[in-house]
Ligand binder design. Structure first.
Ligand SMILES: *[C@@H]1O[C@H](CO)[C@@H](O)[C@H](O)[C@H]1NC(C)=O
Ligand SMILES: *[C@@H]1O[C@H](CO)[C@@H](O)[C@H](O)[C@H]1NC(C)=O
Ligand SMILES: *[C@@H]1O[C@H](CO)[C@@H](O)[C@H](O)[C@H]1NC(C)=O
Ligand SMILES: *[C@@H]1O[C@H](CO)[C@@H](O)[C@H](O)[C@H]1NC(C)=O
Ligand SMILES: *[C@@H]1O[C@H](CO)[C@@H](O)[C@H](O)[C@H]1NC(C)=O
Ligand SMILES: *[C@@H]1O[C@H](CO)[C@@H](O)[C@H](O)[C@H]1NC(C)=O
Ligand SMILES: *[C@@H]1O[C@H](CO)[C@@H](O)[C@H](O)[C@H]1NC(C)=O
Ligand SMILES: *[C@@H]1O[C@H](CO)[C@@H](O)[C@H](O)[C@H]1NC(C)=O
Length: 470
C-alpha cells in the first residue's frame, strides 16, 4: 500500500527522536521536547536538510516511533475447544490481564461495556475462578493509594447492574463513571474493551470484563508492552469516555484539542516491534466521538478491505448489512458494498468466518448467502462463508450467553485489523468501539509478524472441525 507522507508544516517537536540522538533518553515527553528544541535552535534548517536527505526526500515530520514497543496477540480459548497439537498458540487473555495488573505502578484505566467478573454475577461455576482472580487483583492494586484506577463503563442496566464496579468504588479502590449513550446519542452503548496501564501498556480486543470471557467465550485481542505512543493515543479515546461519564456532559460539537490526534493513515505510528516495523493506526467509533485527526472505525475497516491485493479474511461474531436496534430496521450497505466491490473488481478472495450459537438468528444466513452467491458469477470471484460453532456440553449449557466465537478481526495480504465491534451498522453509528490497524513495513527479518500470526489464527479456525460450511 502506498502511504502518503504529509509535506506540510515542519514541527520540530515531532522529529523522530532516534534520528537526532543515539542516547536512549526518550521515556519522557518532557525530555523529548526539550532535546528536540535544543537541536532545533542550534542546528535549525541544517538538520532539516540532512534529515530530508536521510529520508529519501520524505519529510517525516510528524512521525512518532514506539521504539521499544512489543505487541502480541492474546486469546481466550473456551475450555473443551481442542485444536490439533501444532496449532498456533498465544498468551491467554487471563495472563495478559495479570501482566497488566502486575505492571501497574501509577494508573490503570479500563474502558468497558459491563462487569460480571464473579460467578455470583451470572451463575456459580468452577470456571468463574479466573475472573474472580482478576477482580481480586484489581481490588488489591486499588488498595494501594499510589495507584489510580479509573473505570469507564456503559450505563448499568437491570440485566447487568455492574455491582462489581460499584463495590470497587465504594471501597475507594477505583473511580467509576457510567456513560449513558441513551442520553447522549439516543441509543447505543459503550462497547469498547480497553485497558491502559501507566500510559505505556495496553490491551484492546473483544474480551469483556466478564469471567466467561476468560474461560467460556472465544476472544482475541492485542497486548502492548512499553508502547508509549500507542497507549497515549488510546488514552485520548478513554479520556473522551471519562469526560462523557460525568452526569452533565454532552458530546461537544468539536472535541477540544487535547482529544485530537496526529496519528492516522497519512501519519501512522511506527512501531518497532522486536524485529519488524509496523505502521499502526488507532480508530474509533461512533463518528460523534471522532476528534480531529482520528480515523473513524468504519473508515478503517473500509480502507483495510479496499487496500487488499489478493485476500480479505474476516472473523467476526455477527455480520449484518443492517441497522438493527433502531425502531424500524434500516439497510446499511457500506461494508457489504466494499466486499462485493473488491471481489468483483480486484478478484480479491474473501472468507468470512461468522459465529453460530444458541442465540443466532436465521436471518443472518440470507445476507451471508447473498455474498457467497457471487462466487463464480464472474471469473475469479470467490467469496466463502463458514460458521464457527464453539462446542457445548450439558454442563456448559447452564452458563447463559457463553460458548461463542466473540472475536472481531480481519487479516489481508498486507494488514491486520483487530476491533471490538460486531459488523452491523449499529456499532458504527451510536456505539463506542475501537480498532487497531497494523501493517508490516520494511520487513527485513525472519521473525513472524503480527499479521502473519493473525493469518495463522484465521487458518487454524477456518480449517478446524468447528468451522462448518453453510
Ligand atoms: C524503510 O526503509 C526505507 C529505506 O531503507 C527508509 O527510508 C524508511 O525510513 C524505513 N521506514 C521505516 C518505517 O522504518
Ligand atoms: C477436548 O478435550 C477434552 C480433554 O481431552 C475432552 O474432555 C473434551 O470432550 C474435548 N472436546 C471436544 C469438543 O471434543
Ligand atoms: C503477577 O504477580 C503475582 C505475584 O507476584 C504472580 O503470582 C503472578 O504469577 C503474576 N502474574 C502474571 C500473569 O505474571
Ligand atoms: C507510595 O509512594 C511512596 C512515595 O513514592 C512510597 O514511599 C510508598 O512506599 C508507596 N506506597 C506503596 C504502598 O507502594
Ligand atoms: C445487582 O443484582 C444482584 C442480583 O442480580 C444483586 O444481588 C445485587 O445486590 C445488585 N447490586 C446492586 C448494586 O444493585
Ligand atoms: C440514561 O438516560 C436516559 C435518557 O435520558 C434515562 O431515561 C435513563 O434513566 C438513563 N439511565 C440511567 C441508568 O440513568
Ligand atoms: C454482537 O455481540 C453481542 C455480544 O457481545 C451479542 O450478544 C449480539 O447479539 C451480537 N450481534 C448483534 C447483531 O448485535
Ligand atoms: C518477512 O520476511 C520473512 C523472511 O524473509 C518472511 O518469512 C515473512 O513472510 C515476511 N513477512 C512479511 C509480512 O512479508
Amino acid at each position: 500500500m502506498k502511504m502518503k507522507y504529509p509535506h506540510t508544516k515542519w514541527t520540530y517537536l515531532q522529529i523522530p527522536f532516534e534520528y537526532l540522538t543515539t542516547t536512549s533518553v526518550r521515556s519522557s515527553a518532557w525530555w523529548h521536547r526539550a532535546c528536540c528544541f535544543i537541536v532545533f535552535i542550534t542546528c535549525g534548517l541544517a538538520i532539516y536538510s540532512i534529515f530530508r536527505n536521510l529520508s529519501n526526500g520524505i519529510v517525516m515530520n510528524e512521525y512518532a516511533f514506539d521504539g521499544q514497543c512489543s505487541l502480541q496477540l492474546v486469546e481466550s480459548i473456551p475450555v473443551g475447544l481442542n485444536y490439533s497439537e501444532n496449532s498456533p498458540k498465544f498468551l491467554s487473555t487471563y495472563n495478559a490481564w495479570g501482566i497488566l495488573i502486575n505492571f501497574t505502578e501509577e494508573s490503570l484505566n479500563i474502558g468497558s461495556f459491563y462487569w460480571t467478573m464473579l460467578g455470583a454475577d451470572v451463575i456459580e461455576h468452577p470456571s468463574a475462578v479466573l475472573g474472580e482472580n482478576i477482580y481480586e487483583a484489581i481490588k488489591a492494586k486499588g488498595a494501594n493509594h499510589n495507584i489510580t484506577i479509573r473505570i469507564a463503563q456503559s450505563e448499568p442496566t437491570a440485566i447487568s447492574n455492574n455491582s462489581d464496579t460499584e463495590i470497587l468504588q465504594q471501597m475507594g479502590a477505583a473511580e467509576v463513571r457510567s456513560v449513558n449513550f441513551t442520553r447522549l446519542l439516543d441509543g447505543g452503548v459503550l462497547h469498547t474493551k480497553l485497558w491502559v496501564v501507566d500510559n505505556k501498556h495496553f490491551y484492546v480486543g473483544s474480551a469483556n470484563m466478564d469471567w466467561r470471557s476468560l474461560t467460556q467465550v472465544k476472544e482475541l485481542g492485542v497486548l502492548g508492552i512499553n508502547c508509549k505512543t500507542l497507549s497515549e493515543d488510546f488514552m485520548k479515546i478513554f479520556n473522551e469516555y471519562w469526560y462523557l461519564g460525568s452526569q452533565t456532559a454532552n458530546i461537544p460539537k468539536k472535541w477540544p484539542k487535547e482529544y485530537s490526534t496526529n496519528f492516522n493513515f497519512a501519519n501512522p505510528i511506527i512501531v518497532n516491534s522486536r524485529s519488524n516495523n509496523l505502521h499502526a493506526v488507532v480508530s474509533s467509533s461512533p463518528p460523534p466521538l471522532t476528534s480531529d485527526g482520528r480515523v473513524d472505525d468504519l473508515e478503517c475497516i473500509l480502507k483495510t478491505i479496499n487496500d487488499a491485493k489478493s485476500f480479505v479474511y474476516i472473523a467476526v461474531m455477527d455480520y449484518y448489512p443492517l441497522i438493527m436496534y433502531t425502531e424500524s430496521m434500516r439497510y446499511w450497505p457500506f461494508i457489504d458494498d466494499a466486499l462485493r466491490k473488491v471481489a468483483i473488481e480486484n478478484k480479491v478472495k474473501i472468507k468470512l468466518l461468522i459465529s453460530w450459537w444458541r442465540y443466532s438468528s436465521k436471518s443472518e444466513n440470507y445476507f451471508l448467502k447473498s455474498l457467497t452467491d457471487l462466487t463464480k458469477s464472474l471469473k475469479g470471484v470467490d467469496i466463502q462463508v463458514r460458521r464457527f460453532i464453539v462446542p457445548i456440553n450439558k454442563d456448559q449449557l447452564k452458563i447463559p450467553h457463553s460458548r461463542v466465537n466473540h472475536n472481531k478481526y480481519m487479516v489481508t495480504d498486507n494488514a491486520a485489523y483487530i476491533g471490538t465491534s460486531n459488523w452491523s451498522g449499529d456499532y458504527f453509528i451510536d456505539t463506542a468501539g475501537i480498532g487497531l490497524y497494523l501493517q508490516t513495513v520494511n520487513n527485513s527479518s525472519s521473525a513472524t509478524d503480527i499479521r502473519e500470526q493473525l493469518l495463522g489464527v484465521f487458518n487454524r479456525d477456518w480449517y478446524s472441525p468447528y468451522a462448518v460450511n453453510t
